[in-house]
Structure formats: structure tokens, C-alpha cells
Design a protein around this ligand. Structure first.
Ligand code: MIC
Ligand code: MG
Length: 306
């Protein structure tokens, strides 16, 4: 009821244990707070909080227009709805190293278990688009070092994302990504997010280069086909995110539903595909609120079906 009873420190320990377990940690992107309890109930190990989704939901492109305050609020709203660890997208860290430190404090207070900071320049763009630019290895390292130094809970997972792979084609791009991953590990990154890998062999190359856990981003319509969990675990990937997937699924259904409504004048034909009222109330845990105070909450609405 209201929010998770598991405190943030315990979630961070669970996240770290999962990353060390040798099993792939599966983090679908919780595109609204309501999806977080569903992700938990269905047995996933954690939930991802995507910057691309936050921007898209606000009707904005993913080019660093969202503010730290908005991202922190979203991180809190989602993290409090689940006992699972959450990993949040902190984009480029919202500024210079001192801003990165502030970002870390704010996100710690929001209750996330981990965050990733990337090495793109501002304005940043989706990691699977062409024409990206990255900052120098020194600046990238400064961002991560600042984040590591700033955290108050040593359990908070600071993940370094490198976008360098997409800036140079072919083998050379991969070798730059390997070098950058090593450099970011050396300044204290707890995990590496190699963005826009093009094959399983590329994940293997990063895996071989660093000791810390690595993440695979299985975003749709990106730079690679969608590898299965088994394939990713097979090459030693520790964590997979499906960052924008639930938004894409929902928006696909919404568009089909709206077209049907416009053309037929009723949504009766859509009922089978809709989440029922009963299922929604289960996710919202209405029963606990009723048990807490029956004088305030009475959800026996006469005439309500499912
Ligand atoms: C992971 C990501 O940073 C996100 O914000 O979710 C995006 C996802 C996407 O745009 O598909 C990314 O840059 O890969
Ligand atoms: Mg992002």
C-alpha cells in the first residue's frame, strides 16, 4: 500500500547481488509508475527508468531537454512503487562534475538503486541514432569520478555508459569502445553500458575487456537485432534493459484503439485487449486500502463489471 516497504539501501544491495550472481538481470523499462508493480509481479529482477520514455511522454525528443527535477521526480515515483531495484538514465549527468555530484545526491534521495551517466556531448541524442559526438576520455572519466565521489551510499550502483561505438564505424569503433570501457572502469564505474553494440561478438569483446558487470540495451529499431536473454547470458552480459518497449507496446495499442473508436464509434471491439478494471485494481492494491480503512474506501460499486 502507498509505497514499497523495502528501503533504498536494501534495493541497492539486491541489485549488486544480482549483478554478481552470474545470471542475467532483466530490467524492462517501467514507462509509468503503474507498470512497476506489474514488472515485479511477473518475476523480473528490476525496473529501468528511461530518459527517452520520459522525454517522449512529455512530447519531447530525447535530446537532453528534460530537467534534473523532472527526472528525479520520475525516479522517485517509479522506485517507490516496487520492491525491486531500479536503474535510472541520468543522461550526461546534467552538467559539469559538480552538477553530476548534485545529480547523484538527488537520485539517491529519490530511492533509485543505480544510475548511468554517458559520455555524449550536449545536446545528446538517442544512442542508436547516427551522428553522435562524445566528449574526450578525460571529461568522460571526470563525470564518473565525480559521481563515485559524491555518492553517500556506497551501495548505489554508478554505471558508465559509453556512446563511442557509434561515432566510428567498423572495428575501430569497437576498439575505441573497449578502451573507453577500461578507462571508465579504472575511475571507479561499478558497471559499463556499452551503447549501440552491433553483435553478440561485440558484447563479448567488452566482456573480455573489463571485470565489472556489463549491460545490454535491447531497444527496438536500433543498431542490432533483438538478442534473446539466453543469447546475452551466453556471452556474459549481466544486465539487460528493454527501455522503451512498454511505451511502444502501449502506444501501438492506443493508436489502433483510437482508429477503431473514430471509425466504428465504440470501443466494444477492443475490450478483449484491455486491462480489466479488476486487474487494474489489483495492481493498485485497492484491497489493502480497504483493509486499512473501511470507512474511507468502499470499492463495491454496484453495476460495475470486471
Ligand atoms: C536507453 C536510452 O538511453 C533511454 O533513454 O531509454 C535510449 C533508448 C532509445 O532511445 O531507444 C538510448 O539512447 O538507447
Ligand atoms: Mg536515454
Amino acid at each position: 500500500m502507498l509505497s514499497s516497504q523495502v528501503d533504498a539501501r536494501a534495493k541497492r544491495q539486491a541489485f549488486r547481488a544480482g549483478l554478481e550472481s552470474g545470471r542475467l538481470q532483466r530490467f524492462p523499462g517501467a514507462f509509468t509508475p503503474l507498470t512497476a508493480p506489474l514488472i515485479q509481479e511477473l518475476g523480473f529482477e528490476g525496473a529501468y527508468i528511461s530518459g527517452a520514455v520520459m522525454a517522449a511522454e512529455l512530447g519531447l525528443p530525447d535530446i537532453g531537454l528534460t530537467t534534473l527535477t523532472e527526472v528525479v521526480q520520475r525516479g522517485h515515483q517509479i522506485s517507490r512503487m516496487t520492491d525491486l531495484p531500479t536503474l535510472i538514465d541520468a543522461d550526461t549527468g546534467f552538467g559539469e562534475p559538480m552538477n553530476v555530484a548534485r545529480t547523484v545526491h538527488e537520485l539517491e534521495d529519490a530511492g533509485v538503486a543505480g544510475l548511468h551517466i554517458e559520455d555524449q556531448v550536449n545536446p545528446k541524442r538517442c544512442g542508436h541514432l547516427d551522428g553522435k559526438e562524445v566528449v574526450s576520455a578525460d571529461v568522460a572519466a571526470q563525470r564518473i569520478a565525480a559521481a563515485v565521489k559524491a555518492r553517500r551510499d556506497p551501495g548505489l550502483v554508478i554505471m558508465a555508459r559509453t556512446d563511442v561505438r557509434g561515432t566510428v564505424p567498423g572495428e575501430q569503433g569497437l576498439s575505441l569502445a573497449v578502451d573507453r570501457a577500461k578507462a571508465l572502469e579504472a575511475v571507479g564505474a561499478d558497471a559499463i553500458f556499452p551503447e549501440a553494440m552491433q553483435s553478440l561478438a561485440e558484447f563479448e569483446a567488452i566482456r573480455a575487456a573489463v571485470k565489472v558487470p556489463i549491460l545490454a540495451n535491447m531497444t527496438e529499431f536500433g543498431k542490432s537485432r533483438l538478442f534473446t536473454h539466453e543469447e546475452l547470458e551466453g556471452v556474459g552480459v549481466n544486465l539487460v534493459i528493454h527501455p522503451v518497449s512498454l511505451l511502444r507496446i502501449a502506444m501501438g495499442a492506443i493508436e489502433r484503439g483510437l482508429v477503431d473508436l473514430r471509425d466504428s464509434g465504440t470501443l466494444d471491439g477492443q475490450l478483449d485487449g484491455m486491462q480489466t478494471r479488476a486487474r487494474l485494481y489489483e495492481l493498485n492494491d485497492y484491497a489493502s486500502y480497504s483493509a486499512f480503512d473501511q470507512t474511507l474506501f468502499d470499492f463495491e460499486v454496484p453495476g460495475t463489471h470486471e
